[in-house]
Design a binder for this molecule. Structure first.
Ligand code: FAD
Length: 403
């Protein structure tokens, strides 16, 4: 019946869709239902922070919509429907169907109830933006996060035609990529963050400074080492951000890029093992419950939650093999993170333990930094400018991330 599927996957991000695709590639024909709280469009999330440079309309970023994807993979996709609860003993999900405007349109059969039962369940619920302070309702309509295509749609709409003044809060990967991309799209960009340099978790100070110099020269205003005291409405549609040093920044829009938290609530409420780094799974991607697996940004695999594309692709492939009958352990290689900041290219493979020392060489924007342990072994690296071409050579020498 329509209220049962052999395999239910919660989440239609790259992890959930990637798993369904990998299973079909192996010739696995079981009934699969995917459920998503969002539109279920198949899109590449990394492209979200490259679209404003080219003024790309949101629909240009979606490769196919949920209905097309369902046909292509012969899977049922339920969109705009958050899963509200998980009953592991009865292998049933409780769906919040009240949220679902196009729910019946997209499913060929009507669900008989708000319950959906499964034999095997996969949690691919991703990670949600974390906003560290509360935002007053008077400015909330001009404050955004961009973590999926629906968010991109809303921000794109708010940007409008002419150049806008955008204040970005946060200097991590997401903040820096949107800063570069919005700048390239002709907007006036400020970056505000409490850390002293850009990409503090990926780059040692001299390389963070090199990226900062490139941003400064382009005219991106950097307010580093600063926290926000208040966000208030001003004349017209302006927002004023008051900083701890008394400085005030006027903006049309505020983009919060202050980190992501794995969406573990559903799993936690159902009694699965979770930690702040995600749902705990072993190298077969199995949770603490034998019928339930997890992968992607929500999963902490044998202690590692990498939160980028290559690990989730490897996980999808390994899990598909396991589910299709060949138990397979996932491995993560030494896959460096490529930061999409064309003003100064950055590649980083941060060490997982604090290095004994960083060996830093180069000048101007072209810097390499090698992290070494106390035996002088390479355990991570960071590269900027022309030095990014050392990526392949250094990845070969660095230890793998997992397995
Ligand atoms: P998500 O894409 O977050 O998908 C989660 C899904 O779960 C969604 O469909 C959501 O609706 C659904 N969901 C959640 N809770 C529920 C619920 N209760 N009920 C029903 N559905 C639910 N990585 C790289 O490797 N390279 C890059 O260049 C890169 N660039 C990036 C740029 C940006 C701007 C961002 C934000 C990330 C970038 N990343 C990049 C990271 C990468 O995109 C993510 O690691 C990846 O997309 C995560 O996919 P996911 O499927 O695990 O999660």
């Amino acid at each position: 019946s329509s209220s049962h599927a052999a395999l239910v996957i919660i989440g239609t991000g790259m992890a959930g869709i990637g798993l369904a695709r990998a299973l079909r590639r192996l010739g696995d024909q079981r009934s699969i239902t995917l459920i998503s709280a969002d539109s279920g469009d198949d899109y590449s999330k990394p492209l979200l922070s490259t679209g404003f440079a080219k003024g790309l309309a949101p629909d240009k970023l979606a490769q196919r919509n949920a209905a097309e994807l369902g046909d292509e993979l012969n899977v049922r996709i339920i969109t705009h429907t958050p899963v509200a609860a998980l009953d592991v003993d009865n292998r049933t999900l409780l769906l919040d169907v009240g949220q679902a405007p196009n729910y019946e349109k997209l499913s060929s059969e009507k669900l008989s109830s708000e319950k959906l039962s499964y034999e095997t369940l996969v949690l691919a619920t991703g990670a949600a933006p974390r906003v560290p302070f509360s935002i007053d309702p008077s400015v909330a309509p001009r404050c955004f996060t961009i973590n999926d295509l629906d968010d991109y749609r809303r921000f794109y709409q708010a940007l409008g035609q002419g150049p806008a003044r955008v204040a970005i809060v946060g200097a991590g990967l997401v903040g820096c990529e949107f800063a570069n991309d919005l700048y390239a799209g002709g907007h006036h960009v400020s970056v505000i963050a409490p850390e002293a340099t850009l990409l503090p978790r990926l780059l040692p100070t001299p390389l963070g400074n090199a990226l900062g110099d490139a941003f400064n020269e382009a005219g991106i205003r950097l307010c580093l080492g600063r926290t926000i005291d208040s966000l208030t409405p001003s004349s017209g549609d302006d927002i004023v951000l008051r900083l701890d040093n008394g400085e005030a920044i006027s903006a049309d829009l505020v983009l919060m890029a202050t980190g992501l938290t794995p969406r573990t609530a559903l799993a936690e409420a159902a009694g699965l093992s979770v930690s702040p780094s995600g749902i705990q799974v072993d190298r077969q991607l199995r949770t603490s419950h034998p019928d339930i697996y997890a992968l992607g940004d929500v999963a902490c695999v044998d202690g590692v939650n990498a939160m980028y594309v290559q690990p989730l692709q490897a996980s999808a492939k390994a899990l598909a093999a396991t589910l299709a009958g060949t138990p397979t352990l996932v491995s993560f290689g030494a896959w460096p993170i490529v930061v999409k900041t064309p003003l100064l290219p950055v590649v980083a493979y941060p060490p997982t333990t604090p290095p004994e020392r960083w060996r830093i060489e180069g000048e101007g924007g072209d810097i390499s930094a090698l992290a070494e342990n106390k035996d002088g072994r390479l355990i991570g690296f960071a590269l900027t400018g022309g030095c990014v071409r050392r990526k392949v050579e250094l990845s070969r020498a660095a230890p793998t991330l997992l397995g």
